[in-house]
Design a protein around this ligand. Sequence first.
Ligand code: FES
Length: 298
Amino acid sequence: MTEVPLGIPEMPAPDYPDEVRERLERDAKEIIARYPDSRSALLPLLHLVQSEEGHVTRTGQRFCAETLGLTTAEVNAVATFYTMYRRKPSGDYQVGVCTNTLCAVMGGDAIFDELKDHLGVGNDETTGDGRVTLEHIECNAACDYAPVVMVNWEFFDNQTPDSAKRLVDDLRAGREVVPTRGASLCTFKETARILAGFPDQRAGAVESGGGAGPASLVGLRLAKGEAPTGRVVSPRAEPQPGEPGTRGTGENGTAPGEAPPTHPSSHDAPRDTAASDPSHPSGPVTGDEGADGRDTNQ
Ligand code: FES
């Protein structure tokens, strides 16, 4: 968003072309009808205008204000508070690397540094082809799958620098990319329209909605006494000899270190992290853990 120096009156935001405004007004009417009080529709309306231009412009803010009977200052206060609203043009895919504490120590910082070099951009910058915007993100409550990367708010669990580089390469090449939970990725504008509350048309979007993953449920299972061995059953689990996906067998065309085809994400790196990697800072899962998760040999 262009900064206007203090003391210089800001020009009124330009209006949308008639065709765009009519379409947005129709959509806005549908959104507002969901709420008892029209001003409650501000958040989805901001997503709606973001789906039009890829970020929340002054024109979009003015549209929201006029539609909801708010001041542009009130709309601006909300739009600048939430990080899901962009304030400047960005890429088709917003690649967020969690660098909060747990993800950082589990490799998030290394992933972010490698992606900066690999893409040739810094934080909140976009690649020259307009495909990828890279940014730090705060904890997104997926710490049990740290380190996580999010693309257009979809999760990619248990990432490594190599898996994250493959991910952005595929995004830039226009290849289909499937997150750990959810349907294939769509562009930021398409995502914004879904967040505005319109039907998610992606194949498998409803079926893959999913609940909590196994790692998220370990504590609950322990509390219920349902995990006597303490073994963490996670998407990282190493396939047994002879199973499809066994590393190095080449039985299913899976390259060493890549997720098997049955893994929920096309870009996880399930065998390079704690459950299987002896050199990982958290140590490997040994199978000697007791019901409380502690190693019984200690
Ligand atoms: S610290 Fe990364 S998801 Fe919580």
